[in-house]
Design a binder for this molecule. Structure first.
Ligand code: FES
Ligand SMILES: [Fe+2]
Length: 396
């Protein structure tokens, strides 16, 4: 458990435009606070509808101490539940992903339908209230093939996120694609250090030479403020919305890649011969969307890359990455997995070291929260300000 007064005291100590006090990055009690105040209350990016097997299947995700099931019912709809049996609380689904017609608890075989209803509870009295012991639902929204969940009993309004994301992402038709590759890595860093690193490109010129061949120079302005009228007009003539859309904790926009690059690849050329979705000539820059606290994604004309993290411990974070391509693209003919994934894999390896190295330094007795660059780390300032405001809201 955490001490709310102590969290408040340290929040009050944070200087505007500066990193957080050390405890927020490493203290187990502050990690518990984050699980409650952030991951227990706000909308989280949780993957793709392509993740959930058809016709009836599930995936599990672990958010700190809490495992959830995202399951596709007989009606095709995806629902979310806490992966906790209503008998004595055992975790029901064990696999990361599986197909099934029933959710059976391994302990005493209480059996639930894919809609969460309790169907079988052997040995319980005749008048036992089965209807009152269905799986506890979580809030779940699907937007243009992406899944968002919220563990709170009463979630924040999701409509602004949907309104911002749908018109930009829908043409990329992620639901009609296929996951060509996915990877999960553990970074030995607090989730906020993982996301702080993902929210700024101040470090990119020195640390990501490969990415910088196609990623716009961000030292001065984030991409959604670029004055690139020709690029935007080009996208619009192809029926593509460009944004920017920005609501609390979420932003989405389409921006031009650097030096004429058409895709996030080592040489800037497309990685996939078949385009993904209704993207005109495919020369459509990148649609970037990012949801606090845990994700960002880029969709170019030929593929979409999705990154989201989930906290695993005070100094441990699980990072999920997925690459989506046209369903009809044939591996070895239309794309090679190595070429498709190389740029983000190289970048993520570099970021993993940066995050873990940052954690080591933050753990030092000599750590004092330093100032963010108001020019090059503006989106990071927004991330940390968002965190602080959510934390204050939870304490209020
Ligand atoms: S804990 Fe699930 S059936 Fe007993
Ligand atoms: Fe990076």
């Amino acid at each position: 458990m955490y001490d709310a007064a102590k969290v408040k005291t340290l929040l009050d100590q944070r200087k505007p435009g500066h990193a957080l006090p050390q405890a927020f990055y490493r203290d187990p009690a502050f990690y518990e606070f984050d699980l409650d105040a952030i991951f227990g209350r706000v909308w989280l990016f949780a993957g793709l509808d392509l993740d959930v097997p058809k016709p009836t299947g599930y995936v599990t995700l672990r958010i700190g101490r809490t495992s959830v099931i995202l399951v596709r019912g007989l009606d095709g709809a995806i629902r979310g539940f806490f992966n906790t049996c209503r008998h004595r609380g055992a975790e029901i689904c064990q696999a990361a992903s599986d197909k099934t017609s029933r959710l059976v608890c391994p302990y005493h075989q209480w059996t639930y339908g894919l809609d969460g209803k309790l169907l079988v509870a052997g040995g319980m009295p005749k008048d036992f209230d089965r209807a009152g012991h269905g799986l506890k639902p979580i809030h779940l929204e699907v937007v243009a093939g992406t899944i968002f969940i919220c563990l709170a009993a009463t979630p924040p309004d999701f409509a602004p996120i949907r309104r911002s994301l749908e018109p930009l992402l829908a043409p990329h038709e992620l639901s009609g694609g296929k996951i060509a590759h996915e990877a999960t890595i553990i970074e030995k860093g607090n989730w906020k250090l993982v996301m702080e690193n993902a929210r700024e490109c101040y470090h990119c010129p020195a640390q990501h030479p490969e990415l910088m061949k196609c990623f716009p120079e961000l030292r001065r302005e984030p991409p959604f403020e670029r004055d690139d009228a020709a690029f935007r007009a080009h996208c619009r003539t192809q029926g593509l919305e460009v944004g920017p859309f920005k609501v609390e904790g979420f932003e989405a926009n389409r921006f031009a890649l650097r030096g004429g690059a058409r895709s996030f690849t080592i040489d800037g050329k497309p990685a996939v011969a078949k385009l993904l979705g209704q993207v005109g000539d495919g020369d459509v820059g990148s649609l970037r969307f990012a949801l606090d606290p845990n994700s960002f994604a880029h969709a170019t004309g030929d593929y979409a890359f999705l990154f989201f993290c989930l906290p695993k411990g005070p100094e441990e974070t699980l990072v999920h990455m997925k690459w989506v391509v046209n369903r009809d693209a044939v591996e070895g003919v239309d794309y090679e997995v190595d070429r498709l994934t190389r740029l983000w894999n190289v970048t993520n390896d570099q970021d993993l070291w940066l995050v873990e190295n940052n954690q080591r330094g933050v753990n030092s007795a000599g750590f004092e929260p330093g100032p963010y660059s108001p020019v090059s780390e503006r989106t990071l300032i927004e991330f940390t300000d968002w965190y602080v405001s959510q934390a204050r809201r939870a304490l209020a």
